[in-house]
Design a protein around this ligand. Structure first.
Ligand SMILES: *Cc1c(COP(=O)(O)O)cnc(C)c1O
Length: 350
């Protein structure tokens, strides 16, 4: 298999810590729960995209590119980590972001948008249906000026990116041996599916016995999410020339913890954020990580896990988004209701 010989540029602080969440586990009264701190990967407040970028940007460097062009949502963590990686490697960066209207420019610069601005990324905002045109136009203009731009696909769920989370499984197994621990489950949030694909391949390829449980960050149909992850798994296996069979039944998806949709606030997400903050002083975000922590809380309450199971929550980062939700947190924690549902930067507003 080509996994160990893939081109890679080192960007992350690895291995990230694997820590036991004793108070959180006690509060829930279920299995032993651990956290894999991928919020500490090190680049621009950390997160899961850094592991993928080590493989994706290695390809850009091999092609001698001097500019990275990518796209995603307005407050995308992918954009933040890609911009930081580009800066660290001395490259130019253009972010084409989805917003409620073309050229949307909020009054307050906050969350990831603020970070994009501070890194001097060239930011273009477009309605989702115009994003592709803007990317193509940007690539053309850069080439005209004599640059060699590299287009990084949104969220990095491409075959080379999958290797990043196979690595994470290897790290977990090494740490588990040191901690005399046998991990039974990993729980994480799945969006574009690359993280889940890497975990599922790694868990099986390295005979770990770990079951991967993923909660979705958005309201994609259940079958579509399975199909998306299944396809990335197959592409990843092919890319790495691995002779391994993985079927759709081995892809576990929970789609009921995202509230009304991507980035929307909901009570179960507030509960998850509050509980980890209060029991462990650990912060997660309402867009991504809160959905899988909510899933973990709910499955534990339903008696899904055995008392002697060891469950690892993978903290995939995203904490800069926490500050975008100050209003709903304040109102919910003081008055018990959520004041708004759709964030102003969502294309669903337009
Ligand atoms: C992007 C992201 C995810 C989802 O990862 P995918 O590989 O796109 O499925 C989860 N958590 C955070 C914080 C993210 O930024």
């Amino acid at each position: 298999m080509k996994f160990t010989t893939l081109p890679r540029v080192r960007l992350a602080n690895l291995p990230t810590p694997l820590q036991e969440l004793k108070n959180f586990s006690k509060e829930l009264g279920g299995p032993r729960i651990f956290v894999k701190r991928d919020d500490l990967t090190g680049l621009a407040f950390g997160g899961n995209k850094t592991r993928k970028l080590e493989y994706i940007l290695a390809e850009a460097l091999a092609q001698k590119s001097d500019y990275i062009v990518t796209s995603a949502g307005f407050h995308s963590n992918w954009c933040t980590q890609t911009a930081a990686a580009a800066r660290k490697l001395g490259l130019g960066i253009v972010l084409v972001k989805k917003g409620p209207e073309n050229n949307y420019d909020p009054v307050e610069y906050d969350g990831n948008h603020l970070l994009h601005f501070l890194m001097g990324a060239e930011v273009k905002v477009a309605r989702p249906e115009h994003v592709e045109d803007v990317i193509e136009e940007t690539m053309r203009q850069l080439r005209e000026k004599g640059h060699n731009p590299f287009r990084a696909e949104v969220t990095g769920s491409t075959p080379p990116g999958v290797a990043g989370y196979m690595n994470c499984i290897l790290e977990i197994m090494t740490q588990a041996v040191e901690m005399e621990l046998k991990p039974d489950y990993v729980v994480h949030t799945s969006g574009s599916g690359g993280t889940q694909a890497g975990l599922v391949i790694g868990a099986k390829a390295f005979s770990t016995g770990i079951k991967v449980l993923a909660s979705t960050s958005g309201s994609d149909a259940y079958e579509d999410q399975i199909e998306k992850v299944y396809n990335i798994v197959q592409e990843g296996l092919q890319h790495m020339e691995m002779d391994l069979e993985i079927s759709r039944d081995e892809i576990n998806v929970y789609d009921q913890y995202a509230g009304d949709g991507y980035g929307y606030m909901s009570e179960n997400k507030v509960e998850a954020v509050n509980m980890l903050a209060k029991t462990e002083g650990l912060f997660i975000d309402p867009v991504y990580t809160a959905t899988s922590v909510s899933c973990l809380i709910d499955l534990t309450r339903q008696g899904f896990f055995n008392k002697d199971d060891s469950v690892i929550f993978i903290h995939t980062g995203g904490t800069p988004a926490l500050f975008l939700y100050k209003e709903p947190f304040k109102t919910y924690n003081l008055e018990g209701s959520i004041p708004w549902i759709i964030p102003s930067w969502s294309p669903d507003i337009g």
